[in-house]
Design a protein around this ligand. Structure first.
Ligand code: AMP
Length: 434
């Protein structure tokens, strides 16, 4: 496996030699500059290389594979109505229906000015509409593994012309037990193809998968598992256990937070905190693995619409939530696992926007804090709780504004724009600590 780094010279999408149709679509989407994973991956994919990429959701990984693949398929773009002129050329596999939809929507946006068709297939819904779309022909197919095999078994789908395969969130696909399905799918694809594997982690199972699926891949990494996002400011407030809720309210008010994601360690404390916040007049909703799917959906939707100011979540319930550009994550309780800390703070500071992660640390959590600092190779700044803003006179508001997230001039500040996706209800949900 060859290591690749220092491929980040390009500062604009145009410098990455993307086609005018793609540049135009990116302009429409408001993408100004490529993210680090895009800078690294796009030239390699354009050069036809297999890729083993370590990048989490939120780094811009979808565009990192979709843009160069669309560009490579551009010569096949056509407006013919004949299905034969639209064989599946790129297959993107994703672990969940939510991720599949998100990837598909991104592909639609990126290919707006290209005559290339795309669709998405996933389980839990009828086959008919999907079948009709497949029969009409699509160049880019985004799919969850099980449903893809269903269609392949029904012969509504031919995969013999697939030239590009993307395994998105490969680590989650393995966690969810998709390895046998992936192997079956692989057997349906031509041997001559370009394969791109994206994973948040590079552990042994992923390395083994890469060895059997990829050909002489180049490795790109943007955010190591144990390096917290650089754009996230991380702060610790030391507080007594029984003063945490007051401290949380104070952080929210003093920082003038329109929205924040609040993490607890257990379902019980998530529920308790939700009740306490409501009593204090804050619009909070709670998600954890014991909540019914409909309740979780409602909570997420409410947060997305801005009806809830705070979303209280456990680690497992928050997995797979794509909350774009959330300005602040608050650790009401530190997680037992330092890796969960990195996952949590990865919910803010996405795609180059800055964010802040505040941890409320009680005396009996000092060990957990030390473990996190060891894991991320840096110590976290301990600061006093922020002062509450005074009466809403103009000078006080200005002072409050000055106290908010500091950052270098010219950097984008994260706005609470949320794209919320439901994480899988099982199998992880019921295993959460109570
Ligand atoms: P992803 O990691 O692919 O899930 O992307 C996370 C979010 O960042 C999505 O909402 C993308 O639309 C957005 N995004 C991706 N690349 C860029 C970029 N270069 N500039 C601005 N936003 C981006």
């Amino acid at each position: 496996m060859t290591e690749s780094s220092a491929l980040e010279a390009a500062t604009t999408f145009a410098e990455l030699d993307l086609a005018p149709e793609i540049l135009l679509a990116l302009e429409d989407l408001g993408y100004r500059a490529p993210t680090p994973i895009q800078k690294q991956a796009i030239p390699l994919v354009l050069a036809g290389r297999d890729l083993l990429a370590q990048a989490q959701t939120g780094t811009g990984k979808t565009a990192a594979f979709a843009l160069p693949l669309l560009q490579r398929m551009k010569s096949y773009a056509n407006t013919s109505t004949s299905p034969a002129r639209h064989p599946v050329r790129a297959l993107v596999l994703a672990p969940t229906r939510e991720l599949a939809i998100q990837v598909y929507e991104s592909v639609v946006g990126y290919s707006k000015y290209l005559s290339l068709r795309s669709t998405v297939v996933y389980g839990g819904v009828g086959m008919d509409t999907q079948e009709a779309q497949l029969r009409a022909g699509v160049e880019v197919l985004v799919a969850t593994p099980g449903r893809l095999l269903d269609h392949a078994g029904n012969r509504t789908l031919a995969l013999s012309q697939v030239q590009y395969l993307v395994l998105d969130e490969a680590d989650r696909m393995l966690d969810m037990g998709f390895l046998p399905d992936l192997k079956r799918i692989l057997n349906l694809l031509p041997r001559e193809r370009q394969t791109l594997l994206f994973s948040a982690t590079f552990d042994d199972p992923i390395t083994r998968l890469a060895q059997s699926f990829l050909k002489d891949p180049l490795k790109v990494e943007v955010a190591r598992r144990n390096t917290a996002a650089e754009t996230v400011e991380q702060l610790v407030h030391r507080v007594k256990e029984d003063e945490k809720t007051e401290a949380l309210v104070r952080v929210v008010k003093a920082r003038g937070l329109a929205q924040a994601l609040v993490f607890t360690r257990t379902k019980i404390s998530a529920d308790r905190l939700g009740r306490q916040l409501l009593k204090r007049g804050l619009r909070a909703s709670v998600i954890h693995g014991d909540k019914a799917q409909s309740e979780r959906l409602q909570a997420l939707e409410g947060f997305k619409q801005g009806q809830a100011q705070l979303l209280v979540a456990t680690d497992i319930a928050a997995r797979g939530l794509d909350i774009v550009e959330l300005p602040c994550v608050i650790n009401y309780e530190l997680p037992y696992s330092p890796e969960d800390y990195v996952h949590r703070i990865g919910r803010t500071g996405r795609a180059g926007a800055e964010g802040v992660a505040v941890s409320l640390v009680a005396p009996d959590e000092e060990k957990l804090l030390a473990g996190i600092e060891h894991f991320i190779h840096r110590s976290l700044a301990v600061t006093p709780l922020p002062e509450l803003p005074g009466p809403p006179a103009a000078p006080a508001r200005a002072a409050a504004e000055a106290r908010r997230i500091p950052g270098p001039p010219g950097r984008r500040r994260a706005q609470p724009v949320c794209a919320l996706l439901l994480p899988p209800a099982s199998p992880q949900g019921p295993n959460e600590p109570r």
